[in-house]
Design a protein around this ligand. Sequence first.
Ligand SMILES: C[S@@+](CC[C@H](N)C(=O)[O-])C[C@H]1O[C@@H](n2cnc3c(N)ncnc32)[C@H](O)[C@@H]1O
Length: 460
Amino acid sequence: MNRQPILLPCMILYYSPGKKPFLAGPPEENKPTIREITDDEARILTLCQGEITLTDIAAKLNMDQTQVKSTSDKFSKEPDLFLQFIEDTEKHPSPTPHMEIAMEILSERDSAHEFIDNTGLLHEYHTGQITDAIEQFESHETTISHVYQQPHPALRGLSYGARLAEKFCEMEIMEKCTNILEIGGGTGFVARDFLGYLHQNQSIVFQNLYYVLLELSPVLLEGQKEYTRMYSNTIAQVLGDALAPPFIAGKFSLIIANEMIADLPSVFVKKEWMNRNTGHEIPAEAIPALKYINDFDVTVKDAFPEFLVNLGAWQLLEHIHLLLTPGGFALITEYGSPWRYPVAVHLPDHTEYAIHFGHLEEIAIRIGFDVRLEKMADFFDMDLDVTTLERMSLTILNQSLLSHLSQDPLPILAFTPEMLKQALGDLYPHIYNLRFSSLKQAGSQGSPSVFHALILRKKP
Ligand SMILES: C[S@@+](CC[C@H](N)C(=O)[O-])C[C@H]1O[C@@H](n2cnc3c(N)ncnc32)[C@H](O)[C@@H]1O
């Protein structure tokens, strides 16, 4: 009885006196997972937060110790296993950093082995399979800018698009900026808030601006038109492919590609293909990648014998260079690493590949950019001490708990405790075991931990 029980993070408790209490777990096959429990069990579980012992719980609830013990036995043993004890969790430390790094590196090799040429697939996906703009980013590919679509304490009280505009003002590049291109604008929220910030805070800059959205998906393009309608005199939406941009050279003073380069094709390469005298049959799609590696002296010494490269992102750098005015800036953000090779990220309906930013940096320098690679959090000066609801908690809350109560799901945002309290209203005090963690932790919604920002300036 002197052990301290803790309800696992995969279980959220609903307890409102007078209503049927239940535990909600991760949804299975899109159906809520619900386990109804008794009132007394719920009262005990509300106190299972790893802070007090079973004896203390019995005393606090004025309950018989054997009742508390039998509830704790019930939920901590097969088949339930919802409860653990703090003492046991400490006996099973999480994987060491070495193991994590080893597993990450092996996933590079596995991604190369399992790779299927995705050039046509990605194009077809974007042109034909996206059916609803909001749904796309709520359910299929939730981007960082999407979860920060509302003013947020991690971004100095601004939304993502507004903070982006503020950051460019701080970098003193907006005064000289007239034509802006945003490639792959998703919902259009970034453009809307970017222009909104300038409209409010930099009216002279705003008056001289022309903002173009280039988008491959016709459905997203329509969404962008709708969500940026209030700035229709300043903005234009163009349907087209980033890898064949329909613009003249030197047209833009600023280009933004926000979380879109992982959508561009990657290719499979074998080290043995790099030796031209071997006479190997080289697939056509790998030839341009080999040419980059050779012509731009891209470092691949540290690659496995078979590896992937972000060819589409490399090609985009050349287009950006051509489209920028001399001295113009570009910002590319995406998930990835400065040294890791592309790994597959399996989304519900398409597969993307994380970015090797070290390669991108090398190629950008050789093309003729001044280059700065930063962690996204540093670029935006994000406050990483802010805590937000963990992704797993938000999924269980939406898909199991709220669904069981026949309530609408919450939007997918980086909810701070205050934001969640406001969104859930009277329900909030009756929901237990929601997990929040700081934005430094990868599991918190809105954590930028794997995201980078590549800042490019075309040499004058
Ligand atoms: C992951 S979403 C990011 C959307 C938005 N920038 C954000 O941060 O939420 C990728 C965007 O790029 C677009 N896209 C993908 N491939 C493209 C291409 N080849 N040319 C232009 N847009 C493309 C997608 O349709 C989508 O709008």
